[in-house]
Design a protein around this ligand. Structure first.
Ligand code: ATP
Ligand code: MG
Length: 423
């Protein structure tokens, strides 16, 4: 039976535009979705500290310290060993508190080795800015945004970069024809290679940075991806256990080949929502705020990052270790969750009963997109694939329960070594 309960939403109001944010020339070129200063949110004990960048600071070159603030929560900053005399951030203590046992320490080790580094994000941002300039030669009003795990705090060193090209105007452009024009343009660019147009429900152009393994997925005007990136980002940083937990789950699913929507299994986005749903069932107040209210569809795209400043502070009373959370997550989907009767809804902080609506009818897995309210797990349409996913939850749950060692469900050392070779 689903143990997740519905809760009240906290009303969230107000809006604060960052002063002087657009005063510097470089800022014009740069993605304006950079992280907000979490003035209000940062006071929470367990909330990751805000970025140190001042509103007027410009990002001039990849080597400037300010650039590292592109990822305000910066890699490893909360759990790397502090030098003598250095002040220990509160969240450093927080994560250590949850990593006292062997399994939890292994999870932290995997997280530290694999999480996206500032340098990875800087590289993506430099590429994005360059590409935006070239795109503006044919679409003068277009703006290019970095989204997905590169920006939501849940990325690995090996994660691709998701891009959304926003073209405003009276006439809605046809994504496929825009992408076809971009493909022609990209073939002439010295720093792009391997372009491939995918005509999916949301058409995308796939390409790579020339001479590297950095991959990009570009869509046109799919702005829900910008909103949900910042929604996930707020959940990710609400508690120090969320990011390691999600990274381990993604690595586990990848290893067992159940993390690929193009092959009929779970997208990373679906997995993240599944983890958040499980955590909402444990962290009572984590369920108490309905974060998508802070990133309302009425909000202008450029204001979306500001939404994070409206997120109420969060302190968890749940003291489970990382290892306990992972065991609980696997057990929940192995034996407690009713796949055939429930729809996972992070928006409502519950799993509501399936209705006869087209979206949920005859679907093996139902996970609601918080803004569009459609099923993000619709790629799982074959019974065989669904059974394989469920079987993996059951087997891994049993193995981990018996051994309490991460190696029982994924090859820890091999994954760490592979990630180290990526960049
Ligand atoms: P990875 O590190 O594996 O690339 P990711 O977070 O980038 O993980 P993807 O599944 O690649 O996850 O999706 C990229 C982004 O696109 C998501 O973070 C989300 O913002 C958006 N997205 C993906 N699927 C959907 C969907 N069905 N509906 C709306 N937005 C989606
Ligand atoms: Mg991605």
């Amino acid at each position: 039976m689903c143990k997740v309960c519905s809760v009240n939403k906290v009303p969230l109001t107000g809006s604060s535009r960052r002063p002087n944010a657009d005063n510097t020339p470089y800022f014009e070129k740069r993605q304006r979705l950079d992280p907000p200063s979490h003035a209000t949110a940062s006071s929470a004990l367990n909330w990751a500290p805000p970025p140190s960048r001042l509103p007027h600071q410009a990002v001039a070159a990849p080597s400037t310290p300010a650039l590292s603030c592109l990822d305000p929560f910066g890699p490893s900053r909360h759990i790397s060993t502090p030098h003598q005399g250095q002040t220990v951030p509160k969240s450093f203590n927080s994560l250590q508190v949850y990593a006292g046992d062997h399994l939890s320490r292994q999870m932290v080790e995997l997280f530290e080795a694999c999480q996206q580094q500032s340098i990875d994000l800087e590289r993506k941002e430099v590429f994005r800015a360059r590409l935006q300039e070239d795109i503006q030669s044919i679409f003068s009003v277009a703006r290019l945004y970095l989204t997905g795990s590169s920006m939501n705090g849940l990325g690995c060193r090996s994660s691709d970069a998701d891009l959304c090209l926003v073209i405003t105007g009276n006439k809605k452009p046809d994504p496929v024809s825009v992408l076809s024009r971009l493909r022609k343009l990209f073939r002439k660019l010295s720093y792009v290679e391997g372009t491939c147009l995918i005509r999916a429900k949301v058409p995308i152009l796939k390409f790579k940075e020339k001479g590297s393994d950095l991959e990009f997925d570009l869509n046109i005007n799919n702005t829900v991806g910008i909103r949900n990136t910042f929604l996930l980002r707020s959940y990710a940083h609400a508690d120090p256990r969320v990011r390691p937990m999600i990274l381990v789950v993604k690595k586990w699913a990848c290893h067992h080949q159940i993390n690929d929507a193009s092959k009929g299994t779970l997208s990373s986005y679906t997995l993240v929502l599944m983890v958040l749903h499980y955590l909402q069932s444990l962290f009572s107040s984590y369920a108490c705020f309905s974060l998508q209210d802070c990133f309302s569809p009425c909000m202008e795209i450029d204001m979306v990052p500001e939404g994070s400043t409206h997120v109420p502070p969060y302190i968890s009373r749940n003291q489970s270790s990382l290892g306990e959370l992972l065991l609980g997550f696997l057990r929940y989907y192995a034996s407690e969750f009713s796949w055939d009767k429930r729809v996972i809804s992070v928006r409502e902080a519950t799993a509501f009963p399936k209705t006869y609506a087209q979206e949920w009818r005859k679907k093996f897995i139902c996970v609601e997109e918080p803004f569009e309210r459609n099923n993000v797990a619709r790629a799982v349409h074959e019974k065989l694939k669904f059974d394989a996913i469920k079987a993996q939850f059951v087997q891994s749950s049993m193995k981990l329960q018996a051994r309490r060692d991460l190696n029982s469900i994924l090859p820890l050392r091999a994954i760490i070594n592979k990630e180290a070779l990526r960049r």
